[in-house]
Design a protein around this ligand. Structure first.
Ligand code: HAM
Length: 428
């Protein structure tokens, strides 16, 4: 037998039986974002490698070791997007959309990171990524967090909690960084290999270490929030006070530094204890310097992204949502002429009932087989068309999910008869 081709590690198929949860999350996100005035946009999956190097930072895990980078036929170094923010900011600049304008935007789709795959961590994963550009905050910071809290409520997701922190301005962070480096150098012998490497390039990331042996050292390190500049402190206090006023519980986590370099001031994460090690379901923060860094006119920005796979896992933990039916109406046909006519009838019904899913039995089969397929399709109503019905110019309409008897309808009135039957039908 010919050898099968294996799927790529860390890249998942989403099967029809699993898609209902995806749709629930995507629909809820779209509705909540629309209600807050966010517009969808789409950007390429592939960008110049330099974009991510400049936006995310040379010394981040993402850029150092996780990017899917390749040289294309034209000799250009391109990269599959590891996240959405850099591409959206590039698009705003390329399309001349800044110039003092403000934008509330979102996009969704796959992202690619060559991480070690495990539950909740994949090499192709999906985000809903949200960006607000041109708002200095903190009002927008608060609104964005309120938006996410509303989304969890809409989805019935309860096991999430909010952590926030402020990274200050690049200047105050630089001053803090010096203090931190001094402290870490003094404890150089206790640092693991990863932290020693980070100490040189990006010492703040040492605070993000997941190594339990590093915990005590990190606990005792100088705290960023103690070194904030006045304006950042005020910004952060405004955020905390407003979250309290809105009744959104949060914890200030001074060790929350995030893995991407473009952040300044507010950073936040929604964490769950229900998914094991991969506990962040939604993370983001303010990136006031990013657009300038990419060559655009300096404009403040803030955003977040949520991991759809992780939200799907949270949603299905309480019981997977039922698979979506493929049909509302299933047409059962018997006999050669009726089968041929069935194709026309199905098209006519799709014209007349554009909101309904109309499935025609294809490939023949006796009544028993066809009704089994009708049942599996989830249809609430079957239309039965045999040679006898066709000769008389009628079709039978049979509710499938309750006991009401079957009725007959002249073919020209069939769409209306189906609507009536569907209106009284109960989906199981
Ligand atoms: P991030 O924290 O790298 O931020 O990713 C955001 C979310 O994507 C995470 O909280 C997690 O739910 C999900 N995620 C990340 N990596 C994986 C993975 N390997 N497998 C499954 N899910 C994953 C960003 O990407 C920023 N662009 C967010 C942002 C937007 N900040 C400002 N605007």
């Amino acid at each position: 037998m010919t050898e099968q081709i294996q799927p790529v590690r860390g890249m998942n198929d989403v099967l029809p039986a699993e898609i209902a949860a995806w749709h629930i999350i995507e629909t809820a996100a779209r509705e909540v974002l629309t209600a807050y005035g966010y517009q969808e946009m789409r950007v390429p999956l592939v960008e110049r490698t330099e974009l991510f190097q400049r936006a995310i930072g040379e010394y981040t895990d993402v850029v150092e070791k996780e990017m899917y980078t390749f040289v294309d036929q034209g000799g250009e170094s391109l990269t599959l997007r590891p996240e959405g923010t850099a591409g959206v900011m590039r698009a705003l600049i390329s399309n001349g959309m800044l110039r003092g304008q403000r934008h509330k935007l979102w996009c969704t789709g796959p992202m690619f990171r060559h991480e070690r795959p495990q539950k909740g961590r994949y090499r192709q994963f999906h985000q809903v990524s949200v960006e607000a550009v041109g708002f200095p905050g903190p009002d927008i910071d608060i609104e964005l967090i309120a938006l996410t809290a509303r989304l969890w409520k809409r989805l019935g997701i309860e096991r999430v909690r909010l952590e926030i922190n402020s990274l200050g301005t690049p200047e105050s962070r630089r001053a803090y960084r010096e203090k931190l480096v001094e402290y870490l150098r003094a404890h150089h012998d206790e640092l693991d290999a990863d932290s020693r490497r980070r100490l040189e390039g990006n010492p703040l990331r040492v605070l993000d270490s997941k190594n339990p042996d590093m915990r005590a050292l990190i606990e005792a390190a100088p705290v960023l929030t103690d070194h904030l500049d006045g304006e950042s402190r005020e910004h952060f206090q405004g955020l905390c006070a407003a979250l309290e006023a809105l009744g959104i519980p949060f914890r200030v986590n001074p060790r929350l530094v995030r893995g991407l370099d473009y952040y300044s001031r507010t950073v936040f994460e929604w964490i769950t204890d229900a998914l094991g090690a991969q506990d962040a379901v939604c993370s983001g923060g303010r990136y006031d310097g990013l657009i300038g860094q990419l060559g655009g006119e300096s404009t403040p920005g803030i955003g977040f992204a949520m991991g759809i796979e992780r939200l799907v896992a949270l949603l299905t933990q309480a019981g997977a949502p039922a698979a979506e039916p493929t049909a509302d109406v299933y047409i059962v046909v018997s006999g050669e002429r009726a089968s041929a006519y069935g194709l026309q009838l199905a098209e006519r019904l799709r014209d007349a009932l554009p909101e309904r899913r109309v499935e025609l039995n294809l490939g023949g089969g006796n009544f028993k087989t066809q009704f089994r397929r009708a049942d599996r399709s989830g249809a609430a109503v079957a239309v039965i068309l045999g040679e006898d019905e066709l000769a008389r110019g009628v079709a039978a309409v049979k509710p499938l999910r309750h006991d009401a008897g079957q009725s007959e309808s002249p073919l020209p009135d069939l769409a209306a008869a189906i609507q009536t039957a569907l209106a009284t039908a109960v989906h199981t």
